[in-house]
Ligand binder design. Structure first.
Ligand SMILES: *Cc1c(COP(=O)(O)O)cnc(C)c1O
Length: 512
């Protein structure tokens, strides 16, 4: 490669001969590819991914990469000179694919970690290739985002008129974004400009309400928003781990008489532990009467109501002021993809809009771009997430979404039925959606609760070690519980029945 800085090195030439300083530019590295090379590299990668998918079902669900490999991955030195892109594709294929997380395997029941729809993954490749920043005047991307967030409203039953939706990184960010709007709303009602004053004004303590079953990201949001976890009040739950409306009324009343300023209730539509859906209608009644913001964390369960058998659980969802949901969970949109829906779009804009002079092109949204998403959230440069949502939802259609959810809920009932039919298994929580909590408990068990916990822990480990299934436990009132979350579109009765059989087999073996 020619060093273009010859002029500087040689020093100035005779000024009489050289009329002006010339700014020569060195050659850059080769980062771009010819269209032919791009095609060929892409083909190489897609071929590797197709082989990977073909071999996946026969593989261990969650392969543990050898520790030498993980060390090597960590310790790599930044190469001084660049490598050939084919070698990089091969390195990724050889080293990363065999060590994938496991959530793309139909035998994976852990956490709430979904696989990706292939069409969504391909859409992601296109979005990344074109690299549209979807924060501002990007007509196709912003209109597509407006379209898919409307679809998400329609699918969840959230009112469309006057509402705003933006795609964010995931459920944590979706909850944080919504709670920031709630905080802004409350401060505004109190004649307080929280954007200029911040939380330094020595005002009454703002309090919000959730149960112990609420996701940890709610607590994180409360901390990030400067509200303080002391002001996230815990509301009692009923026997099904749902928020108790009577309990809520008592806690709020006590706080009001103590001079605090209750402003928001965070209800769950599908908790991570057991999939419980809080009684949204009753909570909405209370919030309306008490002038509280109702936020619903539906990161996992927001779409559950599309199952006709579950829709009664979701009555009242449409009365929420905001809803957090994760297309990267039940819809299998590739990670990362969350969404915040807010009933009052102007309020959301007021919370976040800050356009520096250099950002404005024409001073306002245009006919081409209905709004600038950057004005409704934290991010300025944002990925074109809408494309993978659009592709996944378009392949499914409304009926496909419904069939997916109905099937998963039915598989959960099948699993629960098998648990109830087995003399050595029992449910540890009611089944609301596609999560089943259960444990092994041999008939006539005389041991302690601790011993039963330990036995179940060993069963969980033994099943995971077997390599055909992978699942993770939870703790319910301090007791160890096995837990299976059904969220993979390829999971079927074979996997569900196999998991139950594997648990019973491991339990019997460990007891013997
Ligand atoms: C997954 C989940 C979250 C967190 O979402 P992320 O996408 O992991 O950030 C929050 N709440 C509930 C109910 C969830 O299931």
């Amino acid at each position: 490669m020619k060093d273009g800085n010859d002029f500087a090195r040689d020093g100035p030439h005779d000024a009489a001969e050289e009329p002006a300083v010339s700014f020569s530019v060195p050659d850059g590295p080769e980062l771009g590819l010819t269209p032919e090379a791009f095609h060929s590299l892409g083909g190489r990668m897609l071929a590797a991914l197709a082989d990977y998918k073909r071999d996946l079902p026969a593989r261990r669900v969650r392969p543990e990469p050898p520790v030498e490999l993980t060390r090597e991955i960590f310790a790599q030195a930044l190469p001084e000179t660049g490598a050939a892109p084919e070698d990089l594709i091969d390195w990724m294929t050889e080293n990363l694919l065999p060590a994938s997380f496991g959530n793309d395997h139909p035998g994976f029941f852990a956490w709430i970690t979904a696989p990706s729809a292939p069409i969504g993954a391909l859409a992601e490749l296109m979005a990344a290739t074109v690299n549209t920043p979807a924060g501002g005047p990007a007509p196709a991307a912003v209109n597509l985002e407006a379209c898919v967030t409307r679809w998400l409203m329609e699918l969840s039953g959230f009112p469309v008129d006057g509402s705003m939706g933006i795609l964010v990184s995931g459920g944590s960010m979706a909850n944080l974004t919504a709670l920031a709007v709630a905080r802004h709303w409350a401060a505004k009602a109190d004649g307080w400009n929280i954007r200029t004053e911040g939380l330094q004004g020595g005002r009454a303590r703002y309090t919000l309400y959730a149960t112990k079953e609420a996701h940890s990201c709610v607590q994180k949001s409360v901390e990030v928003l400067g509200l303080g976890t002391d002001n996230l009040r815990q509301v009692p739950v009923d026997g099904a781990r749902r928020l108790s409306p009577e309990g809520l009324a008592e806690v709020v009343a006590a706080d009001r008489s103590a001079g605090l300023r209750p402003f928001c209730v965070v209800a769950s539509a599908g908790t991570v532990n057991t999939g419980a859906v809080d009684p949204l209608n009753e909570i909405a009644d209370f919030c309306e009467a008490e002038n509280l913001w109702l936020h619903v964390d539906g990161a996992y369960g927001w779409i559950g109501g599309i199952d006709p058998a579950k829709s009664p659980l979701y009555e009242g969802l449409a009365r929420a002021q905001s809803l957090a949901l994760d297309p990267h969970k039940w819809l299998a949109v590739p990670i990362e993809c969350g969404c915040t829906l807010v009933r009052d779009r102007e309020l959301q804009r007021e919370t976040f809009s800050y356009l520096a002079p250099y950002l404005r092109i024409d001073g306002k949204a245009s006919d081409d771009v209905p709004y600038w998403p950057a004005e409704y959230g934290v991010q300025l440069t944002r990925g074109f997430r809408a494309l993978k949502v659009w592709a996944t939802l378009s392949q499914l259609g409304r009926r496909g979404v419904r069939d997916l959810v109905v099937r998963h809920n039915a598989l959960a009932l099948r699993l629960a039925g098998a648990v109830e039919a087995a003399p050595d298994l029992e449910l540890t929580a009611p089944v609301a959606l596609s999560i089943v909590c259960f444990r092994y408990r041999p008939p006539g068990w005389r041991g302690s609760g601790e011993d039963l916990d330990a036995l179940n822990r060993r069963i969980n480990d033994a099943v995971n070690d077997g390599g055909r299934y992978y699942f993770t436990p939870t703790s319910l009132d301090g007791r160890y519980s096995l837990r299976a979350c059904i969220i993979h579109y390829d999971t079927g009765a074979t996997e569900v029945d196999g998991l139950v059989a594997a648990v019973r087999e491991a339990g019997a073996r460990l007891l013997a």
